[in-house]
Structures are given as C-alpha cells and as structure tokens.
Design a protein around this ligand. Structure first.
Ligand code: AP5
Ligand code: MG
Length: 216
C-alpha cells in the first residue's frame, strides 16, 4: 500500500525477482482491461483518467478472478485493497481459500516528491519496466533497456490527476492501513518510500526474511 509514486510497482518487480512471488497489480490489471477496448475498459478509463478510484464492485470482481487464476505460491498484491469494502472482500476470499494475509507493506512519500516522481515516470509498454527521466533513466533516452522499444507515459500521470490520486489515497485508502494495524498474526511493515530504491529494497528484504521468507 502507498500513495502514487511511493514506489510500489518498482519494489514489487524487485521482490518478484528476489522471492519468486507473483505480482498482482490492480492498476496494471485495470489498464490491460482498458487497453483491450472493451465496454468495461471504456468505463474504467473515465475513473482512472480523472484520478478517481474505480467503484468497488468492479475492482472486487476483477481482482477475485485474478486471485484465483494464479499459479499457486506467494502473492504480492500492489494497489489492492484500496477501500474498506475491498479489504473486507479480500479477507473473505482469502479465508475461504485458507490463505490469510501474512504482511502488509505501507510505503510513504511526501507530496512534492510524489509529483516529481510521477511526472517523470516512463514505462515499457511491452515488459512493464518502470523508469524515471531523472532518477532512474534508461541507458538510451526513452528506450527500454530490456526490450529496445519506445517508453510511454501513463495517461493518468499529469500533475492535476496525480493530486486527485493522492487525495483519493488519503481519503479512501489511509483508513485501510488502520484496519490492518493491530490485527493478530498480521505484520505491518512501514517503510519510507522516499529513500533510495536500494535502501527501500534492503529494508523490505530484511523484514520478509525475518518472517521466514526464502530468497532466491
Ligand atoms: P495504480 O496503477 O495502482 O497507481 P497508483 O497507486 O497511483 O500508484 P503508481 O503506480 O502511480 O505508483 P507506484 O507506487 O507504483 O510508483 P512506481 O514504482 O511506479 O492505480 C491507477 C489507477 O487505477 C487508480 O488511480 C484508480 O483509478 C485505479 N485503481 C487501481 N487499483 C484500484 C483499486 N484497488 N480500487 C479502485 N481503483 C483502483 O514509481 C513512480 C516513479 O518513481 C517511477 O518513475 C520510478 O522510477 C520512480 N521511483 C520509484 N522508487 C524510487 C526511488 N526509491 N527513488 C527514486 N525514484 C523512484
Ligand atoms: Mg504502480
């Protein structure tokens, strides 16, 4: 969990490599639906481009399907749940599957840094690798290091939209952090996402290893 630009996607990609877990990003899943051009995708675009949360009933349905479609093994959820009804629906689904949450990672970042990070973000349309024009530039400007294709900017990465996304986080998602705090058997790991990416990763790896996770 964390506001836009806290580094959720960046760290998730590194944790997948380290621990071999499956990364399920609600934003990526919704963007894929959107780019399919379906009627649902068109509806999603209205919310996403305005920086508003997609309604719970849609997100819960889409994520329930993604959660059951996995290949087994560990799951790393990124951007879901984002409201209390989503958290309750996730709890119910995981309880039915006998796989309760082990940990919640909460990443923080200051608003000015969030805006700098988001407005400079570029990503690869093929492999999803995330770059930043200033903080994490590709070897060749605007080209993915791994795929060699032109990088793109996300449709919702304009400054005004980012500020709406941050407001939605503070209003609708911050209460979910409180919902998880103090729950028996659930570890809440808080990390300053404003720090250097390697430092953030080291902190996360240390926390997961302390819980018994095995790295590759
Ligand atoms: P989503 O795709 O989840 O976007 P978000 O939460 O706004 O977060 P971002 O993906 O923008 O940020 P991030 O934390 O992943 O940062 P990143 O690692 O890329 O959701 C998009 C939309 O979909 C929502 O607005 C909503 O409409 C909808 N949606 C999704 N889930 C939903 C749900 N559950 N319910 C309802 N609606 C939902 O990093 C950002 C930049 O910073 C990059 O350029 C990166 O290179 C750079 N960077 C990262 N870490 C560092 C570092 N440590 N140092 C320097 N630079 C760094
Ligand atoms: Mg992301």
């Amino acid at each position: 969990m964390g506001p836009p630009g806290a580094g959720k996607g960046t760290q998730a990609k590194k944790l997948v490599e380290k621990f071999g877990v499956t990364h399920l990003s609600s934003g990526d899943i919704l963007r894929a639906e959107r780019s399919s051009g379906s009627a649902l995708g068109k509806k999603l675009a209205e919310y996403m481009d305005a920086g508003k949360l997609v309604p719970d009933e849609i997100v819960v349905r889409v994520m329930a399907k993604a959660l059951t479609g996995g290949a087994g093994g560990g799951l790393l959820l990124d951007g879901f749940p984002r409201t209390l009804p989503q958290a309750e629906a996730l709890d119910a689904q995981l309880a039915r599957a006998g796989r309760p949450l082990d940990a919640v990672v909460v990443m923080t970042a200051e608003p000015d840094l969030i805006v700098r990070r988001i407005t400079g973000r570029r990503s690869c349309p093929r492999c999803g690798r995330v770059y930043h024009v200033e903080f994490m530039p590709p070897r060749t400007a605007d080209v993915c290091d791994a795929c060699g294709v032109a990088l793109v900017r996300r449709e919702d990465d304009a400054e005004t939209v980012v500020r709406n996304r941050l407001a939605a986080y503070n209003r609708q998602t911050a209460p979910v952090v409180e919902y998880y705090h103090g729950r028996a058997g659930l570890k809440v790991i808080e990390v300053d996402g404003g720090k250097d990416a390697d430092e953030v990763l080291a902190r996360l790896v240390e926390a997961f290893e302390a819980m018994g996770a095995g790295g590759r």
